[in-house]
Design a protein around this ligand. Structure first.
Ligand SMILES: NC(=O)c1ccc[n+]([C@@H]2O[C@H](COP(=O)([O-])OP(=O)(O)OC[C@H]3O[C@@H](n4cnc5c(N)ncnc54)[C@H](O)[C@@H]3O)[C@@H](O)[C@H]2O)c1
Length: 254
């Protein structure tokens, strides 16, 4: 297909964004709606999901995606799936609570797998689908005290590539986005947790821990990540699949 003036238009497309009520997910929901898609905001915070759905003229789905058993028989009819919901825990491996490790892998690996599994049949029937997995620079790099998160994001990279290989012949693309630190509640909490783990002040955490590897010394804005999602699901990106798009201020260039 040749890219033309309305190749970024998503009118007539449906989209589902997990963890869509806040942070990066909310920015994605707004971006996709602004481009014309009918967006479903899926989030454990049903009130916030409903409020955002009202704002963007979409729908809300109150769901705990950690309850993976409930997703096994799901069938989704959506053209675009953004696997975004995620959580963080900062702890040394020897102190890491095993149940928390398990929960994080369920939310950040098993739930994306089950949602992809639920969405592919209708995407295949329509010969069109766009899957965007919000990974992290921690999908390609490790940091101390984040074993479950790093493990989950590396696994998500593998799921995304396997999905790309299976989906390609059916018009379905699958890609990851790998942001560095984005200005959201998830990072606000980490700043406090890292300050406790390292025994230093919060401002020092931002400068010396979070942004130490970043050449550009600022947090990423959620809208910057969402703009890349908007491009990846557009007609311009029809040949982009199995890829991982880093947005990390130069962190992984080292
Ligand atoms: N903020 C960052 O610096 C950063 C960097 C790289 C990648 N990411 C990734 O981006 C994604 C979004 O992160 P964020 O910073 O916007 O987080 P956030 O905490 O601001 O928002 C996460 C959203 O997910 C929802 N959620 C949490 N648990 C859920 C569950 N069990 N079921 C359904 N919804 C649930 C929350 O209610 C919230 O609305 C995550 O996958 C995260 O790993 C974030």
């Amino acid at each position: 297909m040749t890219a033309h003036s309305d190749s970024a238009d998503l009118s007539g497309r449906s989209a589902l964004v997990t963890g869509g009520a806040a942070g990066i997910g909310a920015a994605c929901a707004r971006e996709l709606a602004a481009r014309g898609a009918a967006v479903t905001v899926a989030d454990i915070d049903g009130d916030a999901a409903a409020a955002l759905a009202r704002e963007i003229g979409g729908a809300a789905w109150a769901v705990d995606l950690m309850d993976v058993a409930a997703l096994e028989d799901l069938r989704l009819e959506t053209d675009i799936l953004v696997n975004n919901a995620g959580i963080q825990t900062v702890s040394s491996i020897e102190d890491f609570v095993p149940a928390r490790f398990h929960d994080m892998l369920m939310l950040m690996v098993e739930a994306p797998f089950l949602l992809v599994r639920a969405a592919l049949p209708s995407m295949y029937a329509n010969e069109f689908g766009r899957i965007v997995n919000i990974s992290s620079v921690h999908g390609i790099r490790a940091s101390a005290y984040k074993s479950a998160y790093v493990t989950a994001k590396h696994a998500l990279e593998g799921l995304s590539k396997a999905t790309a290989l299976e989906g390609g012949p059916h018009g379905v693309t699958s890609n990851c986005i790998n942001p560095g630190y984005v200005r959201t509640a998830l990072v606000d909490k980490q700043i406090a947790d890292q300050a406790a783990a390292h025994g230093i002040a919060e401002q020092e955490v931002v400068e010396k821990v979070l942004l130490t590897e970043s050449v550009i010394k600022r947090l990423i804005e959620p809208g910057e990540v969402a703009s890349l999602v908007g491009w990846l699901v557009s007609a311009y990106a029809g040949m982009v699949t199995g890829s991982s798009y880093v947005m990390d201020g130069g962190w992984s260039a080292r």
